[in-house]
Design a protein around this ligand. Structure first.
Ligand SMILES: [Fe+2]
Ligand SMILES: [Fe+2]
Length: 296
């Protein structure tokens, strides 16, 4: 349980930065030039053929999609904590989990405020978080059945958030934008979360019988599949917002192309996969050999 003590000690000061700070408003984003590297399809021949309006829509939408994806993961971690507090015996681990969830709550609030601030200018429609109620119901059910099933996919999203924050510095240079500021603050916490997820997962799974271990792996696998659906739906919506005048067939084709680009060309995701693969190679969580595909 050493990891729980370490986490609780770190966390004592971590919350202060969220409590004190004012809302990070995104109103400044238009003052900065749109970095191509943060715009879907950048670096491809197709990208060069797009109009400025299309590029701006893609850029705005992709930024929103990232913020909303963080929000959804944070919501799931909050739900997982809720079930853990209800079902597990109280000890240092559950206490650390509660502290972890509190951090995620502050993150969720900050990202939501950031998006709400922008309602007047852009992002008129939610891509993920305020929609997909059916899927949310499925997530809630999965977490109710097995609250540990979000920890491994959650850790991957956290590795991504770290790579993404680094990448923002590369894209915006020395300029400090509200979006980079928010992500830097977020990353200060997330850097502690990845290890926490693995340790928390291991500390419970290690004492389980094989049948229960298989159950946790199975639910984790189903959760990963369920997450793909929400990503897919948000991609379809992003293409609809950006290419509203094109036919449905061509928008679906573009969605496919967009995911190809995001998985193979978008640097933070590419690096996150490599980094996550390194973690898995060192077998940081029980059963990680079954989850190697997460690094493909
Ligand atoms: Fe977070
Ligand atoms: Fe986190």
């Amino acid at each position: 349980m050493d990891f729980a003590v370490t986490y609780l000690m770190h966390q004592k000061n971590a919350l202060q930065k969220w409590r004190e700070a004012a809302v990070i408003a995104s109103s400044d984003l238009r003052e900065f030039e749109r970095p191509d590297d943060l715009t879907p399809f950048s670096g491809t021949h197709f990208y060069q053929q797009l109009s400025e309006t299309e590029k701006t829509k893609l850029y705005d939408g992709f930024l929103q999609m990232t913020a909303e994806a963080f929000i959804v993961f944070e919501q799931m971690l909050l739900k997982s904590n809720q079930v853990i507090q209800k079902k597990y015996k109280r000890d240092l681990r559950t206490q650390a989990m509660k502290a972890f969830a509190l951090e995620e709550f502050y993150h969720l609030r900050a990202y939501r405020q950031f998006l709400n601030e922008s309602r007047t200018g852009f992002w008129p429609e939610s891509l993920i978080s305020r929609q997909s109620h059916g899927l949310k119901f499925i997530y809630a059910w999965l977490l109710e059945m097995e609250p540990l099933c979000i920890l491994i996919p959650g850790a991957k999203s956290e590795v991504f958030s770290l790579q993404y924050t680094k990448y923002l510095r590369k894209c915006f240079g020395t300029q400090s934008t509200s979006w980079s500021e928010l992500n830097i603050k977020h990353a200060m916490d997330e850097v502690h979360h990845v290890g926490f997820d693995f340790n928390f997962f291991n500390s419970y799974v290690s004492s389980m019988s094989l049948v229960f271990k298989i159950r946790v792996w199975l639910f984790t696998f189903i959760m990963i599949v369920a997450i793909q659906f929400i990503v897919l739906i948000s991609g379809v919506r992003l293409m609809r917002l950006s290419f509203g005048d094109r036919s449905i067939v061509s928008r679906y084709a573009l969605t496919f192309r967009f995911f190809q680009w995001a998985v193979n060309r978008f640097e933070p995701y590419r690096l996150a996969k490599i980094q996550f693969g390194t973690f898995l190679g060192r077998r940081p969580f029980i059963g990680s050999k079954f989850f190697r595909f997460m690094a493909w």
